[in-house]
Design a binder for this molecule. Structure first.
Ligand code: GDP
Ligand code: IMO
Ligand code: MG
Length: 419
């Protein structure tokens, strides 16, 4: 049948994991198409918190396959840790998880290279998650990478050692002392992974589609971190936008139907780089506190600010969003006024569009909406929500030109309304 896509429209952590988990029952397969363990997707299952890094967020559902696609970069240590945690929770991962043979490996030396590169950049560092993402994708585009499926080949060890030694040489020229303490664990994890299910991702997915199955492609990061369209160079190293689904899973564009775009009711960013609506005052601090804005992967405090419509419109355009989902609305419960930027001023010129390059002299022009200023916990129907909240949802719909189809009002599995 078809592929729907669910992805982040901001700088990541929009609540993608929770919404995938909610929608999963409509699909036979959930597939990650890019990124790697830089992602942290939070799901509450029977009040227990799980943070998924490489495994798709449909894993808690019976009878749903979860595919780690070709476009993903895999660290076997992280993947095995995730698998073990889920197996300890009673899930049969061997039948639920499908790993693309062509997914690229993150080597222990990729992580060291990530650290070396960030150290060399100094003040200008990207603020990466230090998970080896950029060096792993660099080896992919540089045509040096090792595919996970190659672990079954007899020359894997030699190929691994050759690439590792190349990395070590690079780091010695950078005067960086690489730590290889995890190498044995990495090799062991790869051995253990051999017991799980590997597939030729593109053949597998297209066969499922031809047999009438529906697939949800789960994005990691967000549109503003896209390698080509985000705030370069402060981006991740993969195509996070809907276009990445075709290359990451091996499906043709005509197969894609709905695109769920997830945005918070405000805005956050973790790591360095431009963030026009960032608030450096007590309001930003309040958003961080009310929203528990600390990274799911690294624990770093997230930078917080008001919703940014020029950026959000740009993200909706790039992705072809058909269903806009607004999360963390409840975080705004205690605000008299809710700020938003609908345009920017750049050198006395005003624009509602995303400028080609974000410069330091860009100033967001703020307006404000009336807050609902009350607790909304326990509300069971959308119609029972405060009028000011519904007006704010309407305002987001108007300013993005995208139809809102879901509003999330708490971290819990059932704390959301779908229309
Ligand atoms: P992802 O990377 O997009 O999957 O998002 P993360 O898991 O990194 O971060 C989202 C955080 O917000 C998690 O801690 C979620 O439990 C939480 N969350 C998701 N939706 C809501 C919501 O509607 N309200 C509140 N308060 N928290 C939410
Ligand atoms: P999820 O899927 C938020 C950010 C990092 C850094 C930049 C580059 O949970 O939304 P990288 O390690 O990819 O080279 O880091 O991208 N970043 C994320 N920020 N959520 C994520 O994933 C992120 N993955 C990467 O903080 O600024
Ligand atoms: Mg996250």
């Amino acid at each position: 049948m078809s592929v729907d896509v669910l992805l982040g429209l901001q700088w990541g952590d929009e609540g993608k994991g929770k919404i995938v988990d909610f929608l999963a029952d409509k699909y036979q397969f959930i597939a990650r198409y890019q990124g790697g363990p830089n992602a942290g997707h939070t799901i509450y299952q029977n009040s227990k918190k799980f943070v998924l890094h490489t495994i798709p967020s449909g894993i808690f559902h019976n009878n749903i396959g979860n595919i780690i696609g070709n476009g993903v970069v895999i660290n076997p240590i992280t993947l095995m840790e995730e698998i073990r945690e889920l197996e300890d929770a009673g899930l049969d991962i061997k039948t639920r998880l499908f790993i693309a043979l062509k997914a690229n490996l993150i080597l222990p030396t990729h992580i060291e290279l990530d650290k070396a590169s960030e150290q060399k950049r100094g003040e200008a560092k990207i603020g990466s998650t230090l998970r080896g993402i950029s060096p792993a994708y660099m080896d992919k585009t540089g045509r040096n990478a090792l595919k996970i499926g190659e672990i079954f080949k007899s020359d894997f060890k030699q190929r691994y050692e050759a690439l590792r030694d190349k990395h070590l040489e690079m780091m010695s020229t950078m005067n960086f002392a690489a730590d290889l303490a995890n190498e044995v664990k990495w090799i062991q994890a790869l051995e253990e992974l051999k017991a799980y299910t590997f597939v030729d991702c593109e053949q597998f997915i297209n066969k499922q589609l031809n047999e009438g199955k529906n697939i949800l492609a789960e994005g990691a990061q967000g549109a503003m971190l896209d390698l080509d369209y985000g705030t370069y160079p402060f981006v991740t190293s993969s195509n996070t936008i809907s276009g990445g689904v075709c290359t990451g899973l091996g499906v043709a564009p005509q197969k894609i139907k709905e695109v769920y775009g997830i945005t918070k009711a405000y805005c956050t960013r973790v790591g360095s780089g431009p963030f026009p609506t960032e608030l450096h005052d007590e309001t930003g601090e309040k958003l961080r506190k009310e929203g528990s804005e600390f990274g799911a992967t690294t624990g770093r405090p997230r930078r917080c600010g008001w919703i940014d419509f020029p950026a959000l419109r740009y993200a909706c355009m790039l992705n072809g969003v058909t269903k806009l989902c607004i999360t963390k609305v409840d975080v705004l419960n205690n605000f008299e006024l809710i700020g938003y930027a609908n345009e920017y001023a750049v050198q006395s010129e005003k624009t509602k569009d995303m400028p080609t390059f974000l410069t330091d002299d860009l100033i967001p022009i703020y307006e404000s909406a009336k807050g609902w200023n009350q607790d909304i916990a326990g509300v069971k129907n959308y119609s029972e929500l405060p009028e000011e909240l519904k007006d704010y949802v309407q305002l987001i719909e108007t300013h993005t030109g995208s139809k809102v189809s879901l509003v999330s009002v708490g971290p819990g599995r059932d704390e959301l309304f779908e229309f």
